[in-house]
Design a protein around this ligand. Sequence first.
Ligand code: PSV
Ligand code: MN
Length: 432
Amino acid sequence: MADRLPISAEFLAEQNAALEAHLRADFEHLGAQLERRGAAIDRLVDRVRGLRVAIPTWGVGTGGTRFARFPIPGEPRSIFEKLEDCAVVQQLGRATPTVSPHLPWDRVDDVDALRRHAAALGLGFDAVNSNTFQDQQGQGHSYKYGSLTHVDPAVRAQAVAHNLDCIAVGERLGSKALTVWIADGSNFPGQQHFARALDRYVDAMREIYAKLPDGWRLFLEHKLYEPALYSTVVADWGTSYVCAERLGPRAQCLVDLGHHAPTVNVEQIVARLIQFGKLGGFHFNDSKYGDDDLDTGAVDPFRIFLVFNELVDAEAREVDGFDPAYMLDQSHNVTDPIESLIESAAAVQRAFVQALLVDRDALGAAQEANDPLGAAQLLREAARTDVEPVLRMSRLGAGGAIDPLAAYRASGYRARTAETRTAEPTGRPGIV
Ligand code: PSV
Ligand code: MN
C-alpha cells in the first residue's frame, strides 16, 4: 500500500487545476490533427501509460567526474532516502514505478524492511546490478586486475559469489533480472590474452546463469572503454551477443546508449539484437563524446526516437519473446537529480509516442520503392509532432502532475530535505 507518498494529494490537485483547462484544449486540438493522420489520441494515452522506465538508485545522488563532485543540500544519504526521492519522480511523472538497486552500494541489514519501505512509497524493484569493479572493505581479493575474467580462479569465484548474492537479495526485493557489467580489460598491449580472458568470462557467467531463479533473466552490459583504456573484455554488442548466445535463452544483451563510439549507429544495433532474439533492455542516457551519462534526450532527442522506432517496429511485427527492460543510467553532475530524472523519463515517453506515430505501412512502401527521402520524411513527420498533450493527459489520468517539473519546483521538496538531511551521507557519493 502506497501510504507514504512524499507530495500531498491536495498540492498536486491545486497544481493541476491551474493547467487542466489549457491541457484539455491542446489535447482536443492535437486529437483532431492526429485523427486526420489516422491515429487515435486516446489509444496513445493508454500506450504511454503502459510504458515503464526504471530509476537507478545511484541516479538520485548528484554524480560527478574523476575531477570533482558538487553535492547539493538535501541529497539522499542512504538507500531509504534515495527511495523517497525516486518516489517523488514517480508520483509526479508516473513513468518510473520501479527502482534498480546496485550492490553492495544499496546493501542493508533488513532487506524485507527495504522492500516494505519501497512499497509504502509506491515503488517496486527492477533488475539488480552487481559491482565487481570496485574493491569493498574486508574483501578477500582485489579486482584491480579483473573480476569474472581474472587469471586467478579465487578472484573469479569471489566475483561469481557476489553475483549470486545479488540474485539472492534481488529475489527478496522482487526483482526478476541481474545486470552484469564488468570493468575487466587491460591498459597495455600484451597485458591480457584476449581469447583466454573472454573464455574465463563465459565460464564464470555460466556459473551465474546456472543459478538464475525461475522467471529471471541475465543481462550482459557491454561498454566500449573505461575504466580499462586499452582493451575491454565485453566491449561491444557483438561480443555481448556471442556470450549471451553461449549462455542460453535467458541471457540477453543490455544496451547502454553511451557505451558506444560517438558515430556508431545504435539503432541498428538495437535492430540486430531484436532480430537475433537477444535484446534484453536499455540504460538510457545521452552523450557527445563517450560514456558521458548526460540526461536522456538532452543532446540528440532524434537518436532516442530512432531507437524507439525500432522498438515499436518490433512490437508491431510481434517479434517472438520481445520484452525489453527500460532504465535510465545517467550522471547528474550539475542539476538536481530529481529534475533530471523527471525530464529524462518524459524524454523516453515522448520518443515512444512519436515512434507510435510512424506510418509503418507507408514506410515499408517507401523502402520497397527505393524512396529514401520519402522514407526519411515519414520518420521526421512523426518525430517533429509535439506530443506533449498526450504525455500530460496520461500523467493527469494516472494521478501525476500535468507539468511534473513545475510541480516539483513549486513543492519545496528539496528545500525540505535540505533541512532534514543534515548529516553527512553514509553511502557512496554518487559518482557513476
Ligand atoms: C558502467 O559505466 C555503467 O553504465 C553500468 O551500468 C554500471 O553498473 C553503472 O554504469 C553504474 O556505475
Ligand atoms: Mn549502464
